[in-house]
Structure formats: structure tokens, C-alpha cells
Design a protein around this ligand. Sequence first.
Ligand SMILES: [Ca+2]
Length: 196
Amino acid sequence: MATPLRTRAVAAASLAGALAAVALASAPAATAATRTTGNPVCFTGGDGVCTPIGNGKSVHLVGTATGFAGVYFNGKSTQGKAPADVDYSFDYIGQQNGGAPRFSIPIDENGDGVVGDGEGYAFLDANGCGLVGSGTVSTESATCTVFHEAAVYPNWDAFAAAAAAEGWTVAKKDVPFIISDVPSDVVVSDIAFVVD
Ligand SMILES: [Ca+2]
């Protein structure tokens, strides 16, 4: 993953983190897993555009050369968990590009709860899943590539195994999010943040 994308992701994460302090959403228990419910919350920078559509559970994300658009949830269900114990997925349709749209998942390597110096986000994006124009970006896919720092993993399970060996977790204090931060135009739906 190119450095500019990571820099933007971190900036967006800081924004999302600040906004996330505003409210918490309750997450009703499911039978086997806890799925974050409620509507995703838009964030943007520059001339990026995020527009809730339908019942608000889907969003239209327009990324540009000078702006980003994304969403996060007002819940902390997956934060602080081992990567093997969580799943993330969304469906999309539209014009993807580069690493957009993608999940940006904060990974804490030293247990201080945040993504600090020398740490990074795990990324899963439409192109990295081999998708063209529509499909599902998911940690449950065997073919969604995960990018983390300089390493590339064939899928989330492989990343989760590495994380378990290293003691890494999803950061407790930073927010996982979906973002488009290069020229792209997609509708994202069926967003799920799940604790197994
Ligand atoms: Ca850390």
C-alpha cells in the first residue's frame, strides 16, 4: 500500500475517532455472533462526499484526488479483539479505483490501545479482493488480500494467524472504517462489523 494512502487513512481515523466520542450505539446480541447494527456514520475530507441512502444503512461514497469519504460505526464491538475473533464485510457497486473502497482496520501491536509509530492499519479493498465493479469485500473471503505495513497476506485468516502469533489486536481506542480516498464512486451496503 502506498504511503499516501496510509497517511490519509490515519488522518481519517483521527477524525473518526474524535467523532466517535459523541455517542455509542447499542448492539443487540445475536445468537452466535454480535453484529454491529444501526446506521453507519459518514465522514469526509476535502471535496469527498458521503451520502446516506435508502434507510441510511447504505451510503454513496465519492472519493476524489483531493478528498476522501467514508463511514464508521458508533460502536466499539470489534475494538480490542483479536483479529481471529472479528469479521468485517461490505457490499459495493460502482467505480472502484486503487485501494478504494476499502476497510481500514487499526492494528495495535504493543497493547497501548492505539495505532502508534511503527504500527499500521490492515487494509482490504475491492481490487485486492479481485472484484470489478461490484461484490463483497470481506474478512471471511479466502481471496481478499490483506495489506498490513510491508506485508501482504492472501486473506484475513492468514493475517489473523500472524496477529495471534505476535499478540496483535484490533486497536481498542482507534476506529475501524471504510474509506474511498482516490477518484472513485461507489454505493456501499450491507456493512457488517461482527464479533464471532
Ligand atoms: Ca499501539
